[in-house]
Write a protein that binds this ligand. Structure first.
Ligand SMILES: [Mg+2]
Length: 173
């Protein structure tokens, strides 16, 4: 089902072809936090993610969109110097619409990046953005999220359109 299919699926955010997004007219990124940029059980931003965010901020308008509402996500957003829409209730569109207002772009010029099919990807598809699904950074998550993941795995198993894009071998570049 197209609404449940990411435009792209990659292993992690660093495997996203940023140049191809720019060529496709994408100027803004709405990025999930937990298990997309950092493992859910930590506030420590991995250095490679920090470097990726620094590069992305130069090339795109960026807003974090998280269903989480704890102090931790606000601290992480502050550390990355990025705007955040917390308590997002994805896949509902309201937080994405708020994020779009924050970065001043239409959905068609944005990509939603996240690790969950039924929140990030479904929500991004509902508003008409491109959607990029990454593998979760850790297996630690809330019980209801783990349940959702089982359902997601089942949906993706039945849909060849959700197969991951092979990660580029950077040593060949
Ligand atoms: Mg997540």
């Amino acid at each position: 089902m197209a609404i449940l299919r990411p435009s792209q699926r990659v292993a992690d955010v660093r495997a996203i072809d940023l140049g191809a997004l720019e060529v496709a007219g994408v100027s803004g990124l709405m990025i999930d936090l937990d298990n997309t940029l950092l493992p859910r059980d930590t506030s420590i931003i991995p250095p490679e993610i920090e470097a990726w965010i620094a590069e992305v901020k130069v090339r795109f308008r960026v807003c974090l969109v998280s269903n989480n509402w704890h102090e931790r996500v606000h601290e992480v957003a502050a550390e990355l110097e990025l705007p955040l829409v917390a308590k997002a209730i994805k896949p509902l569109p309201f937080a994405f619409l708020k994020a779009l207002r924050t970065i001043g772009l239409s959905p068609r010029r944005c990509a939603v990046i996240g690790d969950q099919l039924l929140t990030d990807i479904l929500g991004g598809n509902i508003i008409g953005a491109k959607t990029i699904m990454v593998d979760p950074l850790s297996q630690t998550d809330l019980p209801h999220t783990l349940l959702l993941r089982k359902l997601e795995a089942r949906i993706m198993k039945d849909d060849p359109g959700t197969k991951p894009t092979p990660v580029k071998d950077e040593t060949c570049e």
